[in-house]
Design a protein around this ligand. Structure first.
Ligand code: HEC
Ligand code: HEC
Length: 381
């Protein structure tokens, strides 16, 4: 017996020496750039590890999406910009483009890769993963209810949805950054040429690739995004006097949200956003902290501020915050209960510890879940 084990030990020693040998050869090979796949080839410029490109989402939204229906809980839908009135043709084209990886330089990533319909039009990755597995620095937020917004992206650098579309197209870590290449691919696609012509051309002219421009592409996608609304949640129905729509726990949560919780100070109005910028302390203490709104305005008083996001359909879009650092809604409420990052010198004045009990934290979570509504993802019956 003893002998047997001793022998095994020797075998193992030989085996591990063998493995060591292979490892040395392999690393030598990679130093000299031989056949091995060298990660640096595609690495992010700042040496962040590559992420996994998500599987392309397919369009399983309802065939017809209304562009005019006012969601329950809202008074109306803001007008589209004067030079881009919403039409069914534009919405249809924008919808197709949103799901089409033709928009990325290598044909692997679409808008929907990061704004996944199955995930409340947000990304399950804390930091979004784009072409070649490259990662940027922020979480991909939901694109739901952006028709009610007036500044776009976490730092509010874009003034219109049309303008915003150019961001991911030009970004090397999102769609790959070669806009001309992408427009060229679309121009070579006869179906798209026809569809752009129908949406943007004039009847008196035959279809040509002339209407396939980056401006029209942005207009079509923005038109589609304006149809992605969510409303008539349990909270809206409760507010419209359908009292039994909201559970007792969620009602308690609503009360805390509007009083001691102080949430209403920023998450205000029908869309639960003041469309303004605040520093809640997310990212405080991180090396190279993302500077937020400061990056868009260069105004030092805007440092570390982010746009207040809507809370509608929030249960579907974890992880949360601009850096995807908070995994669950309960952890979000616990974060606010601590007063955000209480030591952060530039913390928003509206932030303070809340002294909520465990039970009250649970009530707020129930309230947040009751903000899921009717939308293209959950059509009214
Ligand atoms: C690689 C992932 C990725 C891809 C692909 C991508 N996005 Fe995004 N999207 C993001 C991230 C990350 C942000 C936040 C950017 C920031 O704040 O700096 C964002 C922000 C947005 C916003 C702003 C939302 C708000 O709250 O203001 C809209 C709208 C949007 N994207 C639409 C699109 C469209 C349309 C496309 C396709 C043309 C697209 N995205 C492609 C990751 C992505
Ligand atoms: C001072 C303004 C302010 C107050 C008060 C506030 N929020 Fe926020 N909230 C924000 C901002 C700004 C963000 C984005 C922060 C970031 O990503 O850095 C945010 C993010 C969130 C998110 C994550 C959203 C997402 O899409 O990732 C949730 C959920 C949330 N808040 C709920 C609450 C609740 C519940 C309360 C009350 C207990 C509250 N907020 C109080 C401004 C505020």
């Amino acid at each position: 017996m003893k002998l047997y084990f001793a022998n095994l030990g020797r075998h193992q020693a030989t085996l591990s020496r063998g493995l060591l040998f292979v490892a040395v050869i392999l690393s030598a090979a990679s130093v000299f750039g031989w056949a091995l796949p060298t990660p640096d080839k595609h690495a992010n410029d700042d040496d962040k590890p590559l992420g996994k490109v998500p599987k392309l989402p397919v369009d399983s939204l309802p065939a017809e999406i209304s562009a005019t229906k006012i969601p329950g809980g809202f008074n109306g839908i803001p007008e589209a910009p004067a030079d881009n009135a919403t039409t069914l043709e534009k919405v249809k084209l924008g919808r197709k483009l949103f799901f089409d990886p033709i928009l990325s330089t290598d044909g692997t990533v679409s808008c929907a890769s990061c704004h996944q319909p199955d995930h409340g039009f947000a990304s399950p990755d804390p930091i979004a993963v784009g072409v070649g597995g490259k990662v940027g620095k922020r979480n991909a937020p939901s694109v739901i209810n952006r028709v009610f917004g007036n500044k776009f992206s976490w730092d509010g650098r874009d003034d219109t949805l049309e303008q915003q579309v150019l961001g991911p197209l030009k970004s090397e870590t999102e769609l790959g950054g070669d806009v001309e290449l992408v427009i060229g691919k679309i121009k070579n696609n006869p179906e798209y040429v026809q569809e752009f012509h129908v949406a943007f051309g004039s009847d008196s002219k035959p279809p040509t690739a002339e209407t396939v421009t980056v401006e029209n592409l942005a207009k079509a996608i923005a038109s589609f995004e304006r149809t992605l609304t969510s409303g008539n949640s349990k909270v809206d129905r409760f507010r419209a006097a359908e009292y039994e729509a909201l559970s007792k726990e969620a009602r308690q949560g609503l009360w805390i949200f509007e009083s001691r919780g102080g949430c209403w100070k920023c998450h205000s109005g029908s869309n639960l956003s003041d469309e303004a910028f605040h520093n809640t302390g997310v990212g405080f203490g991180k090396p190279d902290r993302d500077q937020g709104r400061f990056e868009a305005t260069k105004n030092p008083s805007h440092e570390f501020q982010y746009k207040t996001p809507t809370l509608r359909d929030i249960e579907f879009t974890a992880p949360y915050m601009h850096d995807g650092s908070v995994k669950t809604l309960r952890e979000v409420v616990e974060f606010y209960n601590r007063g955000g990052a209480a030591d952060d010198p530039s913390l928003d004045k509206k932030m303070a510890p809340l002294n909520l009990s465990e039970q009250e934290i649970g009530f707020l979570v129930e309230f947040l879940k009751a903000l899921s509504g009717e939308s293209v993802l959950n059509p009214p019956h």
